[in-house]
Design a protein around this ligand. Structure first.
Ligand code: GLP
Length: 227
């Protein structure tokens, strides 16, 4: 496990974006796993600016997003606004969980098999305050696959259900970059990196991944014990 502690969210965005740029340059048909949220947004801002400078080409890249709400397309809209509409990615290369489909279980199974077939090379992962990854809340099985789940009422006032890659799906990515920023993530970061590996802390399973990088800022790192 590699941990890089940066000054702030802006630096997380720059660093993660430069890693993605390098990967796409080496492999233009990169299969990229993406996350939504405030922590991920600066990464996309940097990617757009590199694209506008002509330094990066997304025409062959393939993406899979981690999660979506079951009753809305809020996360797809987030991605369209923050990235997809501003770069040259092909619409048919964007993969998103879709709550509008009549047979949700079938759609989730298809998403899972497509990921298995194409293989995510680099997965960007946000972190919940309770250490969830994607929408895998505490208690999710480490063997979980892409599925519909009920959201915890405490964290979600607007939405009842979500669709998410499972923990097993996420762990299959060749490389994972977990991003976390701010004091409110400090507990989750400390437990994920230095705590026991337990279902109660979904991100703790990352300790078992062969190629994981934690890109966190000082505030998010503030509860890590010195080794
Ligand atoms: C939500 C999403 C996650 C995301 C996380 C962090 O729970 N389901 O995929 O990574 O929030 O979001 P933020 O970066 O806004 O804190």
């Amino acid at each position: 496990m590699e941990i890089i502690i940066l000054k702030n969210l802006k630096d997380i965005g720059k660093t993660a974006s430069s890693i993605i740029c390098k990967e796409i340059k080496n492999k233009p048909d990169l299969v990229l796993g993406l996350a939504t949220g405030n922590t991920a947004a600066p990464i996309y801002k940097n990617l757009i600016s590199e694209y506008k400078k002509g330094k990066i080409n997304f025409s062959k890249a393939i993406t899979f997003n981690l999660d979506e709400y079951a009753e809305s397309r809020a996360l797809r809209h987030f991605m369209d606004r923050h990235l997809f509409n501003k770069i040259n990615i092909k619409k048919e290369n964007i993969n998103f969980l879709d709550g509008d489909r009549a047979d949700i279980s079938k759609m989730c199974r298809e998403y899972e098999s497509k990921i298995k077939r194409l293989k995510i090379r680099l997965q960007i992962l946000g972190l919940g305050k309770n250490a969830h990854i994607g929408f895998n809340e505490p208690g999710s099985s480490f063997n979980s696959k892409t599925r519909k789940i009920r959201l915890s009422k405490a964290d979600n006032k607007k939405h009842k259900y979500a669709l998410t890659m499972g923990i097993q799906t996420i762990m299959r990515a060749k490389k994972i970059i977990l991003i976390a920023s701010g004091k409110k993530k400090a507990d989750a970061v400390a437990k994920a990196i230095q705590g026991k590996i337990t279902k109660g802390v979904p991100a703790s399973i990352l300790q078992k991944h062969k190629n994981v990088l934690f890109l966190i800022d000082k505030a998010a790192a503030s509860k890590l014990k010195k080794i």
